[in-house]
Design a protein around this ligand. Structure first.
Ligand SMILES: *Cc1c(COP(=O)(O)O)cnc(C)c1O
Length: 425
């Protein structure tokens, strides 16, 4: 006789249907987990090579204060990032408060009054909408014209239309968002991003291609900067921080554009020559060292989650067997109650703040109420396991991160159990 399923041991009172779904899901994802081993190894080697070529040493872990002119560690970190991403320059700073802030500095640096900004992949992520227009200090208030190329009916980028928009005489920046954000459109692969860049540059060689790389780092063997992106931006409390970096963001790309982003972050002229590291250099470096592995853990957790909830009858994106280009797993819950129940269960399965109950709230920068579960060591870190979503149809939860695959599996099982107990599954 077969011994008691591991899932029955973990969740003794859960329905048999959940145990069978979990067993099937695990069986299905095993071969995909094995494939992720290769991706992690390739990216680990890439990161190690960069550390070694840049001769990272313990002197680079030293803290700095005040203006922090000539912070050796800060400079070394930026050399390492530039090597990992294959770019001329990098700006990796604690002073970037978030991914949105890094992208904002990149865009304000690249654009001048009278220039046109073109979003290639439909409406950008919620927090970037107010950066573009509708809030004091936005790009359009500053004299930038904005235009969006709507996605095609299947959610893919209308490259012909982006090329047409990029040929206008005032067109200056094409903005490409890799990850889906709070939408169900497919995430762009680096290859697809390369196709878009090649097409717009063939039509307008002077155009600047800026990529929002949030959640995408290390999910593939190459990055958007390897396929012609002029500037690539992201957050250190997502993939490249490895769950260790306590805050910060990065901008990598052409020297001139990175310098202009630094001029926006700090001050023109002073640019990136200042900026104390608050003693987090070691954490940024250790986080980058761990980032390929941690990203692999999160990817495997997302695959299991996709297989589990698909087996239980919900619509998931992407499916467990799809190629992945970011960490985000969307699961359509269909109701606000279902979305909240999912987030509550993930919060309860967290190492930190498991006792608090997430509620939908008017989060700064978002138009709809958002419910967020994040019981994290670094506040709001979404390379650590988090689940969130806007309170709007189809009430999809966006589930991402996880420092260990086991934590993700445990949280997904608990979320499914909770949804069943409340009659949503
Ligand atoms: C997370 C994310 C951002 C930036 O979010 P922050 O919370 O500001 O770091 C930008 N774009 C996308 C697609 C994202 O997923």
């Amino acid at each position: 006789m077969k011994s008691l399923s591991i899932y029955a041991k973990l969740l003794p009172d859960c329905p048999g249907r959940l145990i069978r779904a979990a067993e099937l899901a695990m069986e299905r994802v095993r071969p995909h987990w094995a494939r992720a081993d290769e991706l992690v190894l390739i990216n680990q080697a890439k990161v190690l090579r960069a550390f070694q070529e840049c001769q990272v040493s313990d002197i680079h872990f030293a803290g700095s204060t005040g203006y922090a002119y000539g912070d050796l560690g800060r400079e070394r970190i930026e050399q390492v990032f530039a090597r990992v991403f294959g770019t001329e320059a990098a700006l990796v700073r604690a002073q970037f408060a978030s991914g949105t802030h890094a992208i904002t500095c990149g865009l304000f640096g690249a654009l001048k009054a009278g220039d046109r900004l073109i979003a290639a992949a439909g409406t950008p992520y919620d927090t970037l909408r107010t950066v573009i227009s509708g809030a004091p200090g936005s790009l359009t208030e500053w004299g930038v014209t904005y235009e969006e190329s709507p996605l095609l009916a299947d959610g893919t980028v209308d490259i012909a239309n982006v090329v047409r928009l990029a040929q206008q005489p005032d067109a200056r920046v094409v903005f490409i968002q890799r990850s889906r954000g709070y939408s169900l459109r497919p995430t762009l692969s680096v290859t697809k991003i390369g196709e878009i860049i090649a097409a717009v540059k063939a039509a307008n060689p002077g155009i600047i291609c800026v990529v929002d790389n949030c959640y995408g780092e290390f999910t593939q063997e190459i990055e958007p900067s390897n396929v012609g992106a002029d500037l690539v931006c992201g957050s250190l409390i997502k993939n490249p921080g490895g769950g260790i970096a306590p805050t910060g963001g990065y901008v990598v790309g052409r020297q001139e554009l990175v310098d202009r982003a630094a001029a926006r972050l700090f001050a023109p002229g002073i640019a990136g020559e200042v900026g104390a590291n608050f003693g987090i250099n070691r954490l940024i470096l250790q986080g980058l060292f761990l980032a390929p592995h941690v990203t692999g853990e999160a990817l495997r957790g997302a695959q299991f989650t996709a297989a589990l909830f698909a087996e239980l009858g919900l619509s998931v994106r992407p499916t467990y067997d799809a190629e992945r280009y970011d960490l985000v797993q969307a699961v359509e819950l269909g109701t606000g109650e279902g979305l909240v129940a999912f987030c509550e269960a993930v919060q309860k399965a967290s190492p930190v703040d498991a006792h608090v109950r997430p509620e939908p709230w008017d989060m700064p920068g978002y138009t709809d109420q958002v419910v967020m579960a994040a019981g994290t060591f670094n506040m709001g870190s979404s390379i650590e396991l988090s689940a969130d979503g806007p309170m709007r149809p189809p009430y999809a939860v966006y589930f991402q991160g996880g420092l260990t695959r086991e934590h993700v599996v445990w949280a997904a099982l608990n979320a499914a159990n909770e949804l069943m107990a409340r009659g949503h599954l």
